[in-house]
Design a protein around this ligand. Structure first.
Ligand SMILES: Nc1ncnc2c1ncn2[C@@H]1O[C@H](COP(=O)(O)OP(=O)(O)O)[C@@H](O)[C@H]1O
Ligand SMILES: C=C(OP(=O)(O)O)C(=O)O
Ligand SMILES: [K+]
Ligand SMILES: [Mg+2]
Length: 590
Protein backbone atom coordinates (compact mmCIF):
# COMPACT_ATOMS: atom_id res chain seq x y z
CA UNK A 1 0.00 0.00 0.00
CA UNK A 2 1.39 3.40 -0.88
CA UNK A 3 0.28 6.93 -1.53
CA UNK A 4 1.46 9.77 -3.63
CA UNK A 5 1.34 13.48 -3.34
CA UNK A 6 2.93 16.02 -5.63
CA UNK A 7 3.94 19.62 -5.17
CA UNK A 8 4.70 21.73 -8.24
CA UNK A 9 6.18 25.16 -8.26
CA UNK A 10 6.64 26.97 -11.55
CA UNK A 11 9.84 27.40 -13.57
CA UNK A 12 12.46 27.58 -10.76
CA UNK A 13 10.98 24.21 -10.41
CA UNK A 14 11.50 22.31 -7.31
CA UNK A 15 8.88 19.72 -8.11
CA UNK A 16 8.25 18.05 -4.84
CA UNK A 17 6.62 14.74 -5.49
CA UNK A 18 5.16 12.28 -3.11
CA UNK A 19 4.71 9.45 -5.50
CA UNK A 20 3.30 5.99 -5.66
CA UNK A 21 6.11 3.49 -5.65
CA UNK A 22 5.32 -0.18 -5.92
CA UNK A 23 7.03 -1.48 -2.83
CA UNK A 24 5.52 -4.24 -0.82
CA UNK A 25 7.40 -4.46 2.41
CA UNK A 26 7.09 -0.81 3.37
CA UNK A 27 5.23 2.30 2.45
CA UNK A 28 7.32 4.86 0.70
CA UNK A 29 6.56 8.52 0.10
CA UNK A 30 9.12 10.24 -2.01
CA UNK A 31 9.53 13.98 -2.17
CA UNK A 32 11.40 14.63 -5.38
CA UNK A 33 12.97 17.93 -6.17
CA UNK A 34 13.54 18.00 -9.94
CA UNK A 35 15.81 18.13 -11.68
CA UNK A 36 18.80 17.81 -9.39
CA UNK A 37 18.11 16.47 -5.95
CA UNK A 38 15.96 13.71 -4.59
CA UNK A 39 14.31 13.97 -1.21
CA UNK A 40 12.52 10.93 -0.02
CA UNK A 41 9.98 10.69 2.69
CA UNK A 42 9.75 7.03 3.43
CA UNK A 43 7.41 5.36 5.83
CA UNK A 44 8.83 1.95 6.43
CA UNK A 45 6.94 -0.74 8.24
CA UNK A 46 9.61 -3.35 8.13
CA UNK A 47 13.09 -3.11 6.87
CA UNK A 48 14.64 -5.75 4.67
CA UNK A 49 16.42 -7.67 7.28
CA UNK A 50 20.02 -8.49 6.92
CA UNK A 51 20.01 -6.97 10.36
CA UNK A 52 20.61 -10.06 12.34
CA UNK A 53 23.69 -10.76 10.35
CA UNK A 54 24.84 -7.21 10.97
CA UNK A 55 24.19 -7.29 14.68
CA UNK A 56 26.23 -10.39 15.22
CA UNK A 57 29.05 -8.89 13.25
CA UNK A 58 30.20 -5.83 15.18
CA UNK A 59 30.98 -3.96 18.06
CA UNK A 60 34.57 -3.18 18.26
CA UNK A 61 35.97 -2.06 21.51
CA UNK A 62 38.93 0.14 22.29
CA UNK A 63 41.20 -2.85 22.64
CA UNK A 64 39.89 -4.71 19.66
CA UNK A 65 37.59 -7.03 21.56
CA UNK A 66 34.17 -7.83 20.30
CA UNK A 67 31.51 -6.80 22.75
CA UNK A 68 28.19 -8.53 22.65
CA UNK A 69 25.56 -7.68 25.24
CA UNK A 70 26.80 -5.59 28.12
CA UNK A 71 26.60 -6.84 31.64
CA UNK A 72 25.76 -4.59 34.55
CA UNK A 73 29.38 -4.13 35.48
CA UNK A 74 30.31 -3.43 31.93
CA UNK A 75 28.45 -0.20 31.34
CA UNK A 76 31.46 1.97 30.67
CA UNK A 77 31.39 2.82 26.99
CA UNK A 78 34.39 1.64 25.11
CA UNK A 79 35.29 4.13 22.45
CA UNK A 80 36.33 2.75 19.12
CA UNK A 81 40.06 2.45 18.77
CA UNK A 82 39.73 3.44 15.13
CA UNK A 83 40.97 7.06 14.98
CA UNK A 84 38.07 9.07 16.33
CA UNK A 85 37.59 11.43 13.44
CA UNK A 86 37.69 8.71 10.82
CA UNK A 87 34.42 8.41 9.00
CA UNK A 88 35.08 4.76 8.37
CA UNK A 89 35.07 3.68 12.02
CA UNK A 90 33.02 0.58 12.61
CA UNK A 91 31.92 1.27 16.19
CA UNK A 92 29.89 3.93 17.84
CA UNK A 93 30.99 6.41 20.51
CA UNK A 94 28.58 7.02 23.34
CA UNK A 95 29.20 7.51 27.03
CA UNK A 96 28.40 5.17 29.86
CA UNK A 97 25.96 7.55 31.51
CA UNK A 98 23.76 7.90 28.42
CA UNK A 99 23.98 4.21 27.82
CA UNK A 100 22.93 3.33 31.36
CA UNK A 101 20.15 5.92 31.30
CA UNK A 102 18.71 4.57 28.07
CA UNK A 103 18.87 1.01 29.28
CA UNK A 104 17.37 1.63 32.66
CA UNK A 105 14.71 4.19 31.94
CA UNK A 106 14.10 4.08 28.22
CA UNK A 107 13.93 6.97 25.79
CA UNK A 108 11.18 8.96 27.41
CA UNK A 109 12.97 9.83 30.58
CA UNK A 110 16.32 10.94 29.22
CA UNK A 111 17.16 14.48 30.25
CA UNK A 112 16.69 17.06 27.52
CA UNK A 113 18.14 20.13 29.25
CA UNK A 114 21.94 20.28 29.11
CA UNK A 115 24.12 21.07 32.11
CA UNK A 116 27.27 23.19 32.29
CA UNK A 117 29.64 23.27 35.27
CA UNK A 118 32.19 25.99 35.90
CA UNK A 119 35.38 24.28 36.94
CA UNK A 120 37.33 25.77 39.83
CA UNK A 121 39.39 24.67 42.81
CA UNK A 122 36.53 22.47 44.08
CA UNK A 123 36.31 20.41 40.89
CA UNK A 124 39.60 20.48 39.00
CA UNK A 125 40.88 17.03 40.01
CA UNK A 126 40.49 14.15 37.58
CA UNK A 127 38.20 12.21 39.92
CA UNK A 128 36.15 15.31 40.64
CA UNK A 129 35.77 15.97 36.93
CA UNK A 130 34.79 12.37 36.39
CA UNK A 131 32.18 12.63 39.14
CA UNK A 132 30.69 15.65 37.37
CA UNK A 133 30.65 13.84 34.01
CA UNK A 134 28.95 10.86 35.64
CA UNK A 135 26.53 13.31 37.25
CA UNK A 136 25.51 14.67 33.85
CA UNK A 137 27.89 17.54 33.06
CA UNK A 138 27.68 18.13 29.31
CA UNK A 139 29.99 21.13 29.13
CA UNK A 140 32.88 22.17 31.40
CA UNK A 141 33.34 25.93 31.60
CA UNK A 142 36.61 27.61 32.47
CA UNK A 143 36.43 31.25 33.44
CA UNK A 144 39.53 33.17 32.36
CA UNK A 145 38.75 35.77 35.04
CA UNK A 146 40.34 33.38 37.51
CA UNK A 147 43.34 31.08 37.60
CA UNK A 148 46.40 30.92 35.38
CA UNK A 149 46.63 29.63 31.81
CA UNK A 150 48.65 26.66 33.10
CA UNK A 151 45.83 25.82 35.47
CA UNK A 152 43.23 26.04 32.68
CA UNK A 153 45.42 23.94 30.41
CA UNK A 154 45.57 21.25 33.07
CA UNK A 155 41.77 21.23 33.37
CA UNK A 156 41.38 20.99 29.58
CA UNK A 157 43.80 18.06 29.44
CA UNK A 158 41.94 16.25 32.19
CA UNK A 159 38.58 16.69 30.48
CA UNK A 160 40.05 15.46 27.20
CA UNK A 161 41.51 12.43 28.95
CA UNK A 162 38.15 11.71 30.54
CA UNK A 163 36.53 11.80 27.11
CA UNK A 164 39.14 9.53 25.60
CA UNK A 165 39.27 7.01 28.39
CA UNK A 166 35.61 6.88 29.31
CA UNK A 167 33.79 7.71 26.08
CA UNK A 168 32.31 11.00 27.32
CA UNK A 169 31.78 13.94 24.99
CA UNK A 170 32.16 16.71 27.56
CA UNK A 171 32.72 19.93 25.63
CA UNK A 172 34.91 22.77 26.86
CA UNK A 173 33.75 26.35 27.02
CA UNK A 174 36.27 29.08 27.62
CA UNK A 175 34.77 32.28 29.05
CA UNK A 176 36.70 35.52 28.56
CA UNK A 177 37.34 37.97 31.34
CA UNK A 178 36.05 40.97 29.39
CA UNK A 179 37.12 44.50 30.11
CA UNK A 180 34.43 45.80 32.43
CA UNK A 181 35.50 47.32 35.72
CA UNK A 182 36.21 44.83 38.48
CA UNK A 183 38.12 44.49 41.73
CA UNK A 184 41.50 42.80 42.03
CA UNK A 185 42.02 39.37 43.49
CA UNK A 186 42.17 40.37 47.20
CA UNK A 187 45.80 39.30 47.42
CA UNK A 188 44.84 35.65 47.38
CA UNK A 189 42.17 35.83 50.12
CA UNK A 190 38.96 33.90 49.37
CA UNK A 191 36.78 36.82 50.46
CA UNK A 192 36.66 39.94 52.63
CA UNK A 193 33.83 41.16 54.80
CA UNK A 194 32.68 44.79 54.54
CA UNK A 195 30.67 46.00 57.53
CA UNK A 196 28.11 48.78 57.67
CA UNK A 197 29.68 52.25 57.98
CA UNK A 198 33.26 51.10 57.38
CA UNK A 199 35.51 53.27 55.22
CA UNK A 200 37.24 51.37 52.39
CA UNK A 201 39.78 52.60 49.86
CA UNK A 202 39.29 51.67 46.20
CA UNK A 203 42.37 52.42 44.13
CA UNK A 204 44.13 51.69 40.86
CA UNK A 205 47.28 51.27 42.96
CA UNK A 206 48.47 47.69 43.27
CA UNK A 207 48.69 46.90 46.98
CA UNK A 208 51.44 44.65 48.27
CA UNK A 209 50.94 41.51 50.30
CA UNK A 210 49.63 41.30 52.86
CA UNK A 211 46.98 43.64 51.48
CA UNK A 212 46.47 46.62 53.82
CA UNK A 213 43.18 46.47 55.70
CA UNK A 214 40.09 47.73 53.91
CA UNK A 215 41.73 48.32 50.55
CA UNK A 216 40.54 47.14 47.18
CA UNK A 217 42.46 47.29 43.92
CA UNK A 218 40.45 48.30 40.82
CA UNK A 219 41.48 47.17 37.33
CA UNK A 220 40.53 50.35 35.46
CA UNK A 221 42.98 53.26 35.28
CA UNK A 222 40.39 55.97 34.78
CA UNK A 223 38.45 54.93 37.88
CA UNK A 224 39.36 57.81 40.21
CA UNK A 225 38.78 60.41 37.49
CA UNK A 226 35.41 59.03 36.55
CA UNK A 227 33.67 58.65 39.88
CA UNK A 228 32.19 61.63 41.69
CA UNK A 229 31.59 62.23 45.35
CA UNK A 230 28.07 61.03 46.13
CA UNK A 231 28.14 58.22 43.51
CA UNK A 232 26.99 54.81 44.63
CA UNK A 233 29.44 51.95 44.06
CA UNK A 234 27.85 48.52 43.64
CA UNK A 235 29.83 45.32 44.07
CA UNK A 236 28.39 42.39 42.11
CA UNK A 237 25.21 44.26 41.24
CA UNK A 238 24.46 45.26 44.82
CA UNK A 239 25.67 42.37 46.95
CA UNK A 240 27.63 45.09 48.76
CA UNK A 241 27.14 48.86 48.37
CA UNK A 242 29.36 51.86 49.07
CA UNK A 243 28.99 55.61 48.81
CA UNK A 244 31.89 57.65 47.43
CA UNK A 245 32.88 60.20 50.10
CA UNK A 246 36.34 61.47 49.12
CA UNK A 247 38.91 61.36 46.30
CA UNK A 248 42.64 61.58 47.07
CA UNK A 249 44.77 61.15 43.92
CA UNK A 250 44.35 57.55 42.72
CA UNK A 251 42.45 56.61 45.90
CA UNK A 252 38.70 56.75 46.28
CA UNK A 253 37.37 56.58 49.86
CA UNK A 254 33.98 54.95 50.19
CA UNK A 255 31.61 54.27 53.09
CA UNK A 256 29.90 50.90 53.19
CA UNK A 257 26.11 51.35 53.13
CA UNK A 258 25.05 47.72 52.52
CA UNK A 259 27.41 45.27 54.21
CA UNK A 260 28.36 41.94 52.70
CA UNK A 261 31.04 39.63 51.42
CA UNK A 262 33.51 40.90 48.80
CA UNK A 263 34.72 38.16 46.45
CA UNK A 264 37.91 38.28 44.33
CA UNK A 265 37.49 40.06 41.00
CA UNK A 266 33.92 41.01 41.71
CA UNK A 267 32.32 43.27 39.17
CA UNK A 268 31.98 47.00 40.00
CA UNK A 269 29.41 49.43 38.68
CA UNK A 270 28.79 52.98 39.74
CA UNK A 271 25.49 54.77 39.79
CA UNK A 272 24.67 58.48 39.78
CA UNK A 273 21.19 59.89 40.37
CA UNK A 274 19.65 56.43 40.12
CA UNK A 275 21.22 55.52 36.75
CA UNK A 276 24.13 53.33 35.82
CA UNK A 277 27.15 55.37 34.72
CA UNK A 278 28.25 53.56 31.62
CA UNK A 279 30.01 56.04 29.38
CA UNK A 280 33.36 54.65 30.44
CA UNK A 281 32.41 51.04 29.95
CA UNK A 282 31.27 51.96 26.47
CA UNK A 283 34.84 53.15 25.74
CA UNK A 284 36.47 49.93 26.89
CA UNK A 285 36.97 47.33 24.17
CA UNK A 286 34.72 44.27 24.50
CA UNK A 287 37.72 42.03 23.93
CA UNK A 288 40.72 43.31 25.91
CA UNK A 289 44.33 42.60 24.98
CA UNK A 290 44.42 39.98 27.72
CA UNK A 291 41.24 38.42 26.26
CA UNK A 292 42.95 38.16 22.84
CA UNK A 293 45.79 36.23 24.43
CA UNK A 294 43.27 33.98 26.15
CA UNK A 295 41.46 33.49 22.83
CA UNK A 296 44.76 32.46 21.19
CA UNK A 297 45.21 30.03 24.06
CA UNK A 298 41.66 28.67 23.54
CA UNK A 299 42.27 28.21 19.81
CA UNK A 300 45.59 26.46 20.45
CA UNK A 301 43.96 24.16 23.00
CA UNK A 302 41.05 23.44 20.65
CA UNK A 303 38.24 24.43 23.03
CA UNK A 304 34.74 23.85 21.68
CA UNK A 305 33.13 27.15 22.68
CA UNK A 306 34.41 30.63 23.41
CA UNK A 307 32.00 32.75 25.44
CA UNK A 308 32.51 36.49 25.09
CA UNK A 309 31.75 38.67 28.10
CA UNK A 310 29.93 42.01 27.84
CA UNK A 311 29.16 41.82 24.13
CA UNK A 312 27.78 45.15 22.98
CA UNK A 313 27.25 44.63 19.24
CA UNK A 314 27.26 42.02 16.49
CA UNK A 315 30.42 43.57 15.06
CA UNK A 316 32.71 42.16 17.74
CA UNK A 317 31.27 38.67 17.22
CA UNK A 318 31.79 38.87 13.46
CA UNK A 319 35.32 40.07 14.02
CA UNK A 320 36.10 37.23 16.42
CA UNK A 321 34.55 34.64 14.14
CA UNK A 322 36.72 35.67 11.23
CA UNK A 323 39.75 35.73 13.53
CA UNK A 324 39.01 32.17 14.64
CA UNK A 325 38.36 31.02 11.07
CA UNK A 326 41.72 32.40 9.98
CA UNK A 327 43.63 30.90 12.90
CA UNK A 328 42.06 27.59 13.69
CA UNK A 329 42.37 25.93 10.30
CA UNK A 330 39.16 24.01 9.98
CA UNK A 331 38.47 23.27 13.63
CA UNK A 332 35.22 25.01 14.25
CA UNK A 333 35.02 26.87 17.58
CA UNK A 334 31.54 28.13 18.36
CA UNK A 335 31.20 31.68 19.70
CA UNK A 336 28.71 32.30 22.51
CA UNK A 337 27.59 35.87 23.17
CA UNK A 338 27.07 36.67 26.84
CA UNK A 339 24.10 38.93 27.24
CA UNK A 340 24.94 40.92 30.36
CA UNK A 341 24.73 44.60 29.51
CA UNK A 342 22.20 47.20 28.47
CA UNK A 343 23.78 47.43 25.01
CA UNK A 344 23.55 43.68 24.46
CA UNK A 345 19.81 43.83 25.15
CA UNK A 346 19.42 46.75 22.76
CA UNK A 347 21.18 44.90 19.94
CA UNK A 348 19.95 41.46 20.94
CA UNK A 349 18.73 40.16 17.60
CA UNK A 350 21.79 41.16 15.58
CA UNK A 351 24.12 39.81 18.25
CA UNK A 352 22.36 36.45 18.38
CA UNK A 353 22.22 36.20 14.59
CA UNK A 354 25.98 36.74 14.43
CA UNK A 355 26.74 34.27 17.24
CA UNK A 356 26.57 30.49 17.52
CA UNK A 357 24.66 30.73 20.78
CA UNK A 358 24.00 33.01 23.73
CA UNK A 359 24.20 33.06 27.50
CA UNK A 360 21.77 34.84 29.78
CA UNK A 361 24.52 36.01 32.14
CA UNK A 362 22.24 37.07 34.93
CA UNK A 363 25.05 37.93 37.34
CA UNK A 364 26.24 41.01 35.55
CA UNK A 365 22.95 41.63 33.77
CA UNK A 366 21.35 42.06 37.18
CA UNK A 367 23.97 44.68 37.98
CA UNK A 368 23.18 46.68 34.87
CA UNK A 369 19.40 46.60 34.75
CA UNK A 370 16.97 46.63 37.69
CA UNK A 371 16.75 43.13 39.18
CA UNK A 372 13.03 42.91 38.58
CA UNK A 373 13.65 43.24 34.85
CA UNK A 374 15.96 40.23 34.70
CA UNK A 375 13.19 37.57 34.43
CA UNK A 376 11.53 39.20 31.41
CA UNK A 377 14.93 39.76 29.77
CA UNK A 378 15.69 36.06 30.30
CA UNK A 379 12.42 35.01 28.73
CA UNK A 380 13.01 37.27 25.74
CA UNK A 381 16.59 36.07 25.18
CA UNK A 382 15.54 32.41 25.41
CA UNK A 383 12.73 32.97 22.91
CA UNK A 384 14.82 34.91 20.39
CA UNK A 385 17.55 32.26 20.51
CA UNK A 386 15.12 29.45 19.85
CA UNK A 387 13.52 31.33 16.99
CA UNK A 388 16.91 32.00 15.42
CA UNK A 389 18.04 28.44 16.08
CA UNK A 390 20.89 29.26 18.46
CA UNK A 391 21.49 27.38 21.69
CA UNK A 392 20.85 29.41 24.83
CA UNK A 393 22.28 29.01 28.33
CA UNK A 394 20.68 30.32 31.52
CA UNK A 395 23.45 31.19 33.97
CA UNK A 396 24.26 32.49 37.45
CA UNK A 397 22.89 32.02 40.92
CA UNK A 398 20.63 29.11 39.94
CA UNK A 399 21.56 27.33 43.18
CA UNK A 400 23.65 30.00 44.88
CA UNK A 401 22.84 28.84 48.42
CA UNK A 402 24.34 25.44 47.58
CA UNK A 403 27.79 27.01 47.62
CA UNK A 404 27.41 26.61 51.38
CA UNK A 405 24.46 24.29 52.00
CA UNK A 406 23.67 20.77 50.76
CA UNK A 407 20.07 21.55 49.78
CA UNK A 408 18.72 24.36 47.61
CA UNK A 409 16.10 26.87 48.66
CA UNK A 410 12.56 26.41 47.34
CA UNK A 411 12.96 29.64 45.43
CA UNK A 412 16.08 28.33 43.69
CA UNK A 413 14.25 25.17 42.64
CA UNK A 414 11.45 27.33 41.27
CA UNK A 415 13.96 29.41 39.31
CA UNK A 416 15.60 26.32 37.80
CA UNK A 417 12.14 24.95 36.95
CA UNK A 418 11.24 28.14 35.13
CA UNK A 419 14.37 27.98 32.97
CA UNK A 420 13.57 24.35 32.15
CA UNK A 421 9.96 25.23 31.42
CA UNK A 422 11.15 27.96 29.04
CA UNK A 423 13.07 25.14 27.40
CA UNK A 424 16.45 26.79 27.47
CA UNK A 425 19.12 24.53 25.98
CA UNK A 426 21.33 24.55 29.02
CA UNK A 427 21.65 25.52 32.67
CA UNK A 428 24.97 26.61 34.13
CA UNK A 429 26.54 26.30 37.58
CA UNK A 430 29.12 28.94 38.55
CA UNK A 431 30.37 29.22 42.13
CA UNK A 432 28.28 26.16 43.07
CA UNK A 433 30.64 23.91 41.12
CA UNK A 434 33.78 26.11 40.98
CA UNK A 435 34.32 26.69 44.67
CA UNK A 436 31.24 25.44 46.50
CA UNK A 437 31.11 22.72 49.09
CA UNK A 438 28.58 20.55 47.25
CA UNK A 439 29.29 20.58 43.51
CA UNK A 440 27.96 17.06 42.89
CA UNK A 441 24.82 17.72 44.88
CA UNK A 442 24.17 20.97 43.01
CA UNK A 443 24.52 19.13 39.71
CA UNK A 444 22.18 16.40 40.97
CA UNK A 445 19.56 19.04 41.78
CA UNK A 446 19.78 20.50 38.27
CA UNK A 447 19.48 17.02 36.85
CA UNK A 448 16.50 15.88 38.88
CA UNK A 449 14.60 19.16 38.55
CA UNK A 450 15.18 19.17 34.78
CA UNK A 451 13.94 15.62 34.29
CA UNK A 452 10.92 16.15 36.55
CA UNK A 453 9.80 19.42 34.96
CA UNK A 454 10.38 18.18 31.42
CA UNK A 455 8.23 15.12 32.13
CA UNK A 456 5.50 17.14 33.78
CA UNK A 457 5.17 19.57 30.89
CA UNK A 458 5.37 16.81 28.29
CA UNK A 459 2.66 14.78 29.97
CA UNK A 460 0.47 17.78 30.56
CA UNK A 461 1.05 18.82 26.92
CA UNK A 462 1.31 22.35 28.18
CA UNK A 463 4.02 23.63 25.94
CA UNK A 464 2.76 26.51 23.94
CA UNK A 465 3.53 26.22 20.25
CA UNK A 466 6.17 28.67 19.16
CA UNK A 467 6.20 30.25 15.74
CA UNK A 468 9.51 29.23 14.21
CA UNK A 469 10.47 31.67 11.48
CA UNK A 470 12.46 30.62 8.44
CA UNK A 471 16.13 30.81 9.28
CA UNK A 472 17.55 29.21 6.15
CA UNK A 473 19.38 31.37 3.65
CA UNK A 474 19.18 28.94 0.74
CA UNK A 475 16.47 26.78 -0.75
CA UNK A 476 18.26 23.63 0.45
CA UNK A 477 18.31 25.06 3.99
CA UNK A 478 14.61 25.74 3.79
CA UNK A 479 13.99 22.14 2.77
CA UNK A 480 16.01 20.94 5.77
CA UNK A 481 13.99 23.18 8.05
CA UNK A 482 10.67 21.94 6.68
CA UNK A 483 11.81 18.35 6.99
CA UNK A 484 12.79 18.86 10.63
CA UNK A 485 9.57 20.66 11.50
CA UNK A 486 7.55 17.88 9.84
CA UNK A 487 9.64 15.13 11.43
CA UNK A 488 9.18 16.64 14.89
CA UNK A 489 5.44 17.01 14.38
CA UNK A 490 5.16 13.45 13.10
CA UNK A 491 7.21 12.24 16.05
CA UNK A 492 4.81 13.90 18.48
CA UNK A 493 1.66 12.76 16.69
CA UNK A 494 2.84 9.19 16.19
CA UNK A 495 4.38 9.14 19.66
CA UNK A 496 7.61 7.68 18.33
CA UNK A 497 10.34 6.64 20.73
CA UNK A 498 13.21 8.56 19.16
CA UNK A 499 14.24 10.63 16.16
CA UNK A 500 17.51 9.58 14.52
CA UNK A 501 19.41 12.22 12.61
CA UNK A 502 22.49 11.55 10.48
CA UNK A 503 24.34 14.81 10.23
CA UNK A 504 27.88 15.73 9.25
CA UNK A 505 27.91 19.37 10.35
CA UNK A 506 25.28 19.05 13.08
CA UNK A 507 23.00 21.59 11.46
CA UNK A 508 20.12 19.21 10.87
CA UNK A 509 20.37 18.06 14.50
CA UNK A 510 20.11 21.61 15.75
CA UNK A 511 17.08 22.26 13.53
CA UNK A 512 15.40 19.26 15.13
CA UNK A 513 16.40 20.38 18.60
CA UNK A 514 14.79 23.75 17.87
CA UNK A 515 11.43 22.01 17.44
CA UNK A 516 11.70 20.61 21.00
CA UNK A 517 9.96 17.31 20.14
CA UNK A 518 8.56 15.04 22.85
CA UNK A 519 11.06 12.25 22.15
CA UNK A 520 14.86 12.40 22.37
CA UNK A 521 16.92 13.02 19.26
CA UNK A 522 19.78 10.60 18.59
CA UNK A 523 22.29 12.64 16.62
CA UNK A 524 24.82 10.57 14.68
CA UNK A 525 27.80 12.47 13.43
CA UNK A 526 31.13 11.46 12.02
CA UNK A 527 33.48 13.64 14.07
CA UNK A 528 34.15 13.88 17.79
CA UNK A 529 34.29 17.68 17.63
CA UNK A 530 30.76 17.96 16.21
CA UNK A 531 29.62 15.38 18.74
CA UNK A 532 30.98 17.53 21.57
CA UNK A 533 29.43 20.69 20.21
CA UNK A 534 26.00 19.07 19.90
CA UNK A 535 26.22 18.25 23.60
CA UNK A 536 25.13 21.82 24.38
CA UNK A 537 21.80 21.53 22.59
CA UNK A 538 18.43 20.64 24.02
CA UNK A 539 17.27 17.06 23.54
CA UNK A 540 20.23 15.85 21.50
CA UNK A 541 22.01 12.64 22.42
CA UNK A 542 25.13 12.85 20.29
CA UNK A 543 26.89 9.72 19.05
CA UNK A 544 29.95 9.45 16.87
CA UNK A 545 29.42 6.99 14.08
CA UNK A 546 30.93 6.45 10.67
CA UNK A 547 28.18 6.46 8.05
CA UNK A 548 27.68 6.63 4.31
CA UNK A 549 25.17 8.18 1.91
CA UNK A 550 23.20 4.97 1.89
CA UNK A 551 20.52 5.45 4.52
CA UNK A 552 19.39 1.86 4.53
CA UNK A 553 22.84 0.65 5.38
CA UNK A 554 23.27 3.44 7.98
CA UNK A 555 20.06 2.40 9.66
CA UNK A 556 20.96 -1.28 9.62
CA UNK A 557 24.33 -0.49 11.11
CA UNK A 558 22.92 1.79 13.78
CA UNK A 559 20.19 -0.64 14.77
CA UNK A 560 22.62 -3.49 15.11
CA UNK A 561 25.13 -1.46 17.13
CA UNK A 562 22.54 0.01 19.48
CA UNK A 563 20.65 -3.26 19.84
CA UNK A 564 23.86 -5.07 20.68
CA UNK A 565 24.35 -2.64 23.55
CA UNK A 566 20.78 -2.84 24.71
CA UNK A 567 20.08 0.81 23.96
CA UNK A 568 17.17 0.10 21.60
CA UNK A 569 15.04 -2.97 21.05
CA UNK A 570 12.89 -4.58 18.40
CA UNK A 571 9.60 -2.80 17.96
CA UNK A 572 10.79 0.66 19.02
CA UNK A 573 9.30 3.24 16.69
CA UNK A 574 11.85 5.57 15.16
CA UNK A 575 11.84 8.47 12.70
CA UNK A 576 15.07 8.94 10.79
CA UNK A 577 16.20 12.04 8.94
CA UNK A 578 19.46 12.82 7.24
CA UNK A 579 21.15 15.87 5.85
CA UNK A 580 22.72 13.98 2.98
CA UNK A 581 19.49 12.66 1.56
CA UNK A 582 16.96 15.10 3.01
CA UNK A 583 14.53 12.34 3.76
CA UNK A 584 12.14 11.30 6.50
CA UNK A 585 11.65 7.63 7.28
CA UNK A 586 9.36 6.11 9.87
CA UNK A 587 9.99 2.55 10.99
CA UNK A 588 9.89 0.03 13.75
CA UNK A 589 13.25 -1.31 14.81
CA UNK A 590 13.34 -4.81 13.35
N1 LIG B 1 39.71 28.99 37.93
C1 LIG B 1 39.32 29.40 39.11
N2 LIG B 1 40.17 29.51 40.13
C2 LIG B 1 39.79 29.95 41.34
N3 LIG B 1 38.51 30.30 41.64
C3 LIG B 1 37.60 30.22 40.68
C4 LIG B 1 37.94 29.77 39.36
N4 LIG B 1 36.84 29.82 38.61
C5 LIG B 1 35.85 30.26 39.43
N5 LIG B 1 36.30 30.50 40.67
C6 LIG B 1 35.54 30.96 41.84
O1 LIG B 1 34.16 30.69 41.65
C7 LIG B 1 33.40 31.89 41.72
C8 LIG B 1 32.24 31.84 40.75
O2 LIG B 1 32.67 31.65 39.45
P1 LIG B 1 32.17 32.56 38.24
O3 LIG B 1 30.74 32.90 38.42
O4 LIG B 1 32.56 31.89 37.01
O5 LIG B 1 33.06 33.87 38.38
P2 LIG B 1 32.69 35.37 38.80
O6 LIG B 1 32.21 35.29 40.22
O7 LIG B 1 34.00 36.07 38.67
O8 LIG B 1 31.67 35.86 37.83
C9 LIG B 1 34.40 33.00 41.45
O9 LIG B 1 34.02 34.21 42.04
C10 LIG B 1 35.67 32.44 42.06
O10 LIG B 1 35.67 32.68 43.45
C1 LIG C 1 28.01 34.25 33.70
C2 LIG C 1 28.33 35.50 34.00
O1 LIG C 1 29.58 35.99 33.73
P1 LIG C 1 30.83 35.87 34.73
O2 LIG C 1 30.56 34.76 35.68
O3 LIG C 1 32.00 35.64 33.87
O4 LIG C 1 30.83 37.21 35.35
C3 LIG C 1 27.36 36.42 34.61
O5 LIG C 1 27.67 37.59 34.73
O6 LIG C 1 26.25 35.97 34.94
K1 LIG D 1 34.08 35.73 32.56
MG1 LIG E 1 29.47 38.26 33.83
Amino acid sequence: MSHSLQFFTPSRAPYLTLQKIPVTSYTRFSVINFPSKKHSLTITKSLSSDLDAASSQVLESGNGQTVGGLSADNVVAIPSHVPSDSGAAAGIDVDSVTEAELKENGFRSTRRTKLICTIGPATCGFEQLEALAVGGMNVARINMCHGTREWHKMVIERVRRLNEEKGFAVAIMMDTEGSEIHMGDLGGAASAKAEDGEIWTFSVRAFGTPRPERTINVNYDGFAEDVKIGDELLVDGGMVRFEVIEKIGPDVKCRCTDPGLLLPRANLTFWRDGSLVRERNAMLPTISSKDWLDIDFGIAEGVDFIAISFVKSAEVINHLKSYIAARSRGSDIAVIAKIESIDSLKNLKEIILASDGAMVARGDLGAQIPLEQVPSAQQRIVRVCRQLNKPVIVASQLLESMIEYPTPTRAEVADVSEAVRQRADALMLSGESAMGQFPDKALAVLRSVSVRIEKWWREAKRHEAMVLPDVGTSFADSISEEICISAARMANNLEVDAIFVYTKTGHMASLLSRCRPDCPIFAFTTTTSVRRRLNLQWGLIPFRLGFSDDMESNLNKTFSLLKARGMIKSGDLVIAVSDMLQSIQVMNVP
